[in-house]
Write a protein that binds this ligand. Structure first.
Ligand SMILES: [Zn+2]
Length: 295
C-alpha cells in the first residue's frame, strides 16, 4: 500500500453512482464517482500494509468515531489533521491489525469508549462496551447498529450507520475473510442473511484493500461475468493511481462477490467436484472458500 501522499491526505468517502442499471454501465459513465452528500462523513485512513481505519463525523461536528484503530500513528495524525476528537472506537474484531492502535488513541484521548462484541471481552484493548447482536447506540451524534457476523472470528461485528456498513474482515469487496474461528455455515448466514438483509445501496467499508486479488479470484470462477471484469479493470486503474477501491456497495457485491453468489450456477459448477452429497449454499460457500485459500 503506497503510504506516500495519500496517508496524510486522507480520503473523503467516494463511491460509484448507483442505479438499477448495472455496474458495467455505471463504470462506463463519464466521471462515474461522486461524494455522498449529507449524513456522515467517512474518512479512510490507510494503516499498516493494507488495512483501513475509518473516521466518521457529522458535517460541522468535531466529535468523531474511529472504526478499527489499526495503528495509532496514522489514526492520530488524521484526527489531528481534520481537527476531530474521538468519542469512541468501534472494533470489528479482536485481531491485532484492527485493534493495535487502541491503547495509543486512549493514551492521547483518555475516556474514549471502546465498543466490541461481548465475547471479545479480554481480547480488545480498552474495551468498555460489550455488545449484543442488533444492539443500537448513539455516539458522536451518530446512530449505530451492531450486527453480530461470526465466521472470520466468533465475535465479529459489522457497524451499520447512515447507510454505510463497516464490515471488518467478514465481508470484503469481492471476497470474505478466512474462517479462522467460525464455520462456513456461520459465514454464509453472516454474509447472505444478516448483511444480505441490508439495502442494495448500503456502502460497504471493509478492513483491507484486497479488492484486486479478490476480483481476480472471482473472475476465475465466473469468466463471463461482465460486472466482475468491468470492476476488475476499474479497480486496477484505481490502484495504479494509488487510490482506494472502497467503499463498495451491497449491490456491487451481489453482482461480483462469489461468497454472495453461491447459488449462481456458474459458481456451483466451478466447485461441483468438491461437493459430495451436500449441495447446500453453505457447502458451496465452504468449497469456494477452500479454493480461495489456495488461489
Ligand atoms: Zn481479522
Amino acid at each position: 500500500m503506497p503510504r506516500g501522499g495519500w496517508g496524510r491526505q486522507g480520503f473523503r468517502a467516494f463511491s460509484w453512482i448507483c442505479g438499477d442499471w448495472g455496474v458495467a454501465k455505471v463504470l462506463r459513465a463519464a466521471g462515474g464517482r461522486r461524494a455522498y452528500g449529507g449524513g456522515v462523513e467517512v474518512h479512510l485512513v490507510p494503516c499498516l500494509k493494507d488495512n483501513y481505519a475509518y473516521l466518521l463525523h457529522l458535517p460541522g461536528s468535531s466529535d468523531a468515531i474511529v472504526v478499527d484503530a489499526s495503528e495509532e500513528g496514522p489514526v492520530l495524525a488524521e484526527l489531528e489533521r481534520l481537527g476531530l476528537t474521538p468519542r469512541a472506537i468501534l472494533a470489528t474484531h479482536h485481531h491485532v491489525d484492527h485493534v493495535g492502535g487502541n491503547e495509543g488513541v486512549l493514551a492521547r484521548y483518555p475516556g474514549v469508549k471502546v465498543f466490541g462484541y461481548q465475547t471479545d471481552r479480554g481480547r480488545i484493548p480498552g474495551q468498555t462496551d460489550f455488545l449484543e447482536d442488533a444492539q443500537e447506540f448513539d455516539v458522536a451524534g451518530i446512530g449505530v447498529k451492531a450486527l453480530h457476523i461470526p465466521g472470520h472470528t466468533l465475535g465479529a461485528v459489522a457497524y451499520v450507520a447512515e447507510g454505510a456498513a463497516f464490515t471488518g474482515d467478514t465481508l470484503f469487496a469481492a471476497g470474505c475473510g478466512r474462517l479462522f474461528e467460525g464455520t462456513a455455515a456461520q459465514m454464509y448466514e453472516s454474509l447472505n442473511l444478516k448483511l444480505g438483509a441490508l439495502p442494495d445501496d448500503t456502502r460497504i467499508y471493509c478492513g483491507h484493500e484486497y479488492t484486486l486479488s479478490n476480483l481476480r479470484f472471482a473472475e476465475s470462477l465466473e469468466p463471463n461475468n461482465v460486472a466482475i471484469a468491468t470492476k476488475l479493470a476499474w479497480a486496477q486503474a484505481a490502484r495504479d493511481k494509488g487510490e482506494p477501491t472502497l467503499p463498495s456497495t451491497l449491490r456491487e457485491e451481489r453482482m461480483t462477490n462469489p461468497f454472495l453468489r453461491v447459488a449462481e450456477k456458474d459458481v456451483v459448477a466451478k466447485v461441483n467436484e468438491r461437493l459430495a452429497q451436500d449441495r447446500s449454499p453453505q457447502a458451496v460457500l465452504a468449497a469456494v472458500r477452500a479454493m480461495k485459500d489456495a488461489f
